[in-house]
Design a binder for this molecule. Structure first.
Ligand SMILES: *Cc1c(COP(=O)(O)O)cnc(C)c1O
Length: 297
């Protein structure tokens, strides 16, 4: 078990001016190594692996993958074997160096090899090579990934009164696959709205993935484009906004997910689409480990 993520008031002048209360759930603080939403997405997969009698996990990701990073760190911490199948050709990123230091066995698939990950027979040779390992989809996705994220809702609710809140109106978070958002929607059961700031362009299929997990066409959530032209694309306005917000709030952000999600919130506030008196929980989904490659952190 990892400690609870702190729920903290988010102090930014544009929120105060608009009369909107935001608390930030700091998933980046649950652990120095196993950070962010990826731990929650892994929980049910790990339980399923244990149930299946597996000795560890095999999964996929890129050279900056927060998912593989959390998985490898968890394997090291809790003593299970991990294998990572990586996109592209060998590179030495800070993330990759950590994966190796945590004892994850790496295989580089090239780009075509990685694109084949959705093929029906993709896993066959890997199952033969690592029969003792349990395969987990890219990013820890699927229904199991979403169900683990219900814990995020419970952690936030248990801290409302300490914040002086009796209730809240909704959630705001960054989406990559939408799995975490789907988990919040399931846990809320339509009671409160979940706003997903998509860090990837609309053609990445977030909508379809969320609907696949929720099973039915369910309401209770709204997806907004926060990609700023592409995943991993940044621009001077975004970077200036992040620097200003970090300085004012004291909360560290990164430009791929959390920075884009907060900028999208500020734009929604500016556009007047969020009513005065609204109380929102902004989920800090972590990802700070990946920041080292771009900023020398
Ligand atoms: C993976 C990730 C996300 C996206 O999570 P999904 O469940 O794929 O939508 C958001 N923020 C950070 C920091 C991430 O690493």
């Amino acid at each position: 078990m990892l400690p609870q993520a702190p729920l903290q008031p988010l102090n930014l002048h544009w929120l105060t001016a608009a009369g909107i209360d935001v608390a930030i759930l700091r998933l980046d603080l649950i652990d120095p190594l196993i950070s962010g939403n990826k731990w929650f997405k892994l929980k049910h997969h790990l339980a399923a692996a244990k149930q299946a009698g597996a000795k560890g996990i095999i999964s996929l990701g890129g050279a900056h993958s927060n998912h593989l990073h959390a998985l490898a760190a968890a394997g090291r911490r809790f003593g299970f074997e991990t294998v990572g199948l990586l996109r592209g050709h060998p590179v030495e990123t800070p993330t990759v160096q950590d994966l190796q230091a945590f004892g994850m066995q790496l295989h580089w698939l090239g780009y075509a090899g990685y694109r084949a990950r959705h093929d029906a027979d993709f896993w066959t040779p890997w199952r033969e090579r690592y029969p003792q390992l349990y395969p987990v989809p890219e990013g820890g996705g699927g229904l199991d990934g979403a169900l683990g994220c219900g814990e995020i809702v419970r952690q936030a609710r248990s801290q409302l009164s300490a914040l002086g809140w009796d209730d809240y109106h909704g959630w705001w978070l960054a989406c990559g696959t939408g799995t975490t958002l789907a988990g919040l929607v399931l846990a809320e059961g339509g009671q409160r709205r979940v706003y997903g700031a998509m860090a990837v362009p609309a053609d990445h299929g977030v909508d379809g993935n969320v609907m696949d997990i929720l099973g039915v066409e369910q309401g209770g959530y709204q997806l907004l484009d926060a990609s700023r032209g592409g995943f991993a694309k940044t621009d001077p306005q975004l970077l200036a906004f992040i620097a200003q917000s970090e300085h004012e709030s004291g909360v560290p952000l990164e430009p791929l997910y959390t920075g884009k999600a907060l900028l999208a919130l500020s734009q929604a506030v500016q556009a007047g689409t969020i009513a005065r008196g609204t109380r929102l929980i902004f989920v800090h989904t972590g990802g700070l480990q990946g920041k080292r490659a771009s900023s020398g952190l």
